[in-house]
Design a protein around this ligand. Structure first.
Ligand code: ADP
Length: 163
């Protein structure tokens, strides 16, 4: 059983995240999308809202026979992976600028949990500039971000803004 976690803030979920997930499903039997509970970062969406939206969007994702689920977690990613018996941590790399941070995290996680490997997948070119923070910034300034985030996420962002 090849089980992995795909951890992140997902505030909000973008098509870049989905691209990585769809590239991962043929590689694993089970993937848990692990949503970081990070209230100190003042996220746009609560961890519950993020989990609920991701669950909804995942209904349309090509699963390739892979079991997909969504869970929130706090604390160390490596510890969470171990606690659910995952053997891999999936991360996406968009550009060289991601590499340094990701390398540090991967090495630290390996030190914490030597049996868990970090697997890096390269972002699709069309989403290589897409990040949750850029999406929020452009959206809040009234720019168009359709095609870069799932439609449901855009609807949820509009609802948030209206409140
Ligand atoms: P974190 O705060 O842990 O970086 P994110 O939600 O920003 O959480 O990202 C989660 C993972 O998804 C990271 O590995 C990140 O590199 C990857 N990712 C984010 N955006 C993209 C994208 N456009 N293409 C590919 N991977 C991405």
């Amino acid at each position: 059983m090849r089980k992995a976690i795909f951890p992140g803030s997902f505030d909000p979920l973008t098509n870049g995240h989905l691209d990585i997930l769809e590239r991962s499903t043929p590689l694993f039997d089970e993937i848990v999308v692990a949503v970081l509970n990070n209230p100190e970062k003042k996220p746009m969406f609560s961890v519950e809202e993020r989990c609920e939206t991701i669950r909804e969007v995942l209904k349309d994702v090509d699963r390739d026979g892979c079991l997909l689920s969504v869970e929130s977690f706090s604390g160390l990613t490596a510890e969470f992976a171990r606690s659910i018996n995952a053997s891999a941590i999936i991360r996406g790399i968009r550009a060289v600028s991601d590499y340094e941070y990701e390398l540090r995290m991967a090495l630290m996680n390996r030190r914490l949990e030597p049996s868990i490997e970090t697997v890096f997948l390269m972002a699709g070119e069309e989403y290589s500039y897409v990040s949750s923070s850029l999406m929020k910034e452009v959206f809040l300034l009234g720019g168009r971000i359709e095609g870069l985030i799932p439609d449901l996420v855009e609807t949820k962002m509009r609802e948030k803004l209206a409140r």
